[in-house]
Design a binder for this molecule. Structure first.
Ligand code: GDP
Length: 295
């Protein structure tokens, strides 16, 4: 379970050696609270863990390990309510999943991973290359579609993304495909354009099926730490996000941001990315993540 090695090492480093006295005095509690904040867990989580530690008896002795066990327990309490896998349960089909996020967050890779996951669960999948703004985005999605063995609907660079989505729903409906995963543009620097584009996609989808999109999944690069939180803020506003996938947890010490996100926004975390391959998408397991973060 090396996915969070760096995150847990970091908090582990921050926490270790802090417990040097027989009791947790105010100064030690302050240091622990600071270590938690430095690990991106967010101030309210840190305060909550501190309060819990202050009230704890530590009957088996006050050690780093005992402190970490309490930290893990508290983190799990925050994370458990947001652990929610993406279920394919839309009727009528297809279930339409809009995938949003800034360029570079791992959106394309995550779409491929999700397609692969759903296919392993025996669902049929269609991709729609809705990021028509970048030719490279269309090509990349095509490459992943080929690798995953899923069909793709695409148009030329600069074409109308809502037209691609329209074609996608038509095809999926006609062919009885279970899941339509839609890539979208990630041009956050032009928020108004992005908002208009997503609104248009929603209008087109809504005309075909009032329940669509069923999911709006925001892909977040965990290595951006606190930045990920402001992206949640923005995409909630422009896209009506219904859930999150956190990526690049293999290469970062900043997994703590998941806790901050859970505490602050309470959005479901559907899965986590722990590598660049198709199989590197893991279910979000709150106990595992809490233990890994606490070290
Ligand atoms: P997009 O611009 O948002 O579509 O991002 P891409 O899917 O093209 O990913 C950007 C880069 O991040 C690529 O080099 C991916 O291989 C890499 N990447 C995506 N997800 C992960 C992950 O979970 N772990 C690691 N280590 N790299 C990832």
């Amino acid at each position: 379970r090396s996915g969070f090695r760096k995150t847990s090492e970091r908090l582990g480093d921050n926490l270790s050696g802090l417990v040097t006295k027989a009791a947790l005095d105010e100064a030690t509690l302050d240091e622990i609270e600071e270590a938690l904040i430095a690990s991106d867990l967010g101030p309210s989580t840190a305060a909550r863990v501190r309060a819990r530690l202050a009230s704890e008896r530590f009957e088996r002795g006050l050690t780093d390990e005992a402190v970490r066990a309490v930290v893990a327990e508290e983190l799990e309490k925050i994370l458990a309510p947001v652990a929610e896998a993406l279920e394919i349960d839309a009727f009528p089909r297809p279930q339409v999943i809009l995938v949003v996020g800034v360029n570079g967050s791992g959106k394309t890779t995550t779409i491929a991973k999700l397609a692969h996951l759903f296919m392993e669960q025996d669902y049929s999948v269609l991709l729609a290359a809705g990021d028509t703004f970048r030719a490279a985005a269309i090509e990349q999605l095509q490459i992943w579609a080929d690798r995953a063995g899923v069909p793709i609907i695409k148009g030329p660079e600069g074409s109308d993304s809502s037209a691609i989505v329209f074609d996608g729903v038509k095809k999926a409906t006609a062919e009885g495909i279970d899941v339509l995963i839609v890539d979208t543009a990630g041009r956050l620097h032009n928020k108004k354009d992005l908002m208009d584009e997503l609104a248009k996609i929603r209008r087109v989808l809504g005309r075909l099926n009032p329940a669509a999109p069923h999911d709006v999944v925001l892909v977040l690069d965990a290595t951006t730490g606190q930045n990920a939180l402001s992206q949640i803020e923005t995409f909630r506003e422009v896209a009506g996000v219904t859930g999150l996938v956190m990526t690049k947890l293999d290469g970062t010490a900043r997994g703590g941001v998941m806790v901050a996100a859970a505490e602050k926004y309470g959005l479901p975390i559907h899965a986590i990315g722990v590598g660049e391959g198709m199989d590197d998408l893991r279910p979000f397991d709150p106990a595992e993540v809490a233990r890994a973060i606490a070290g």
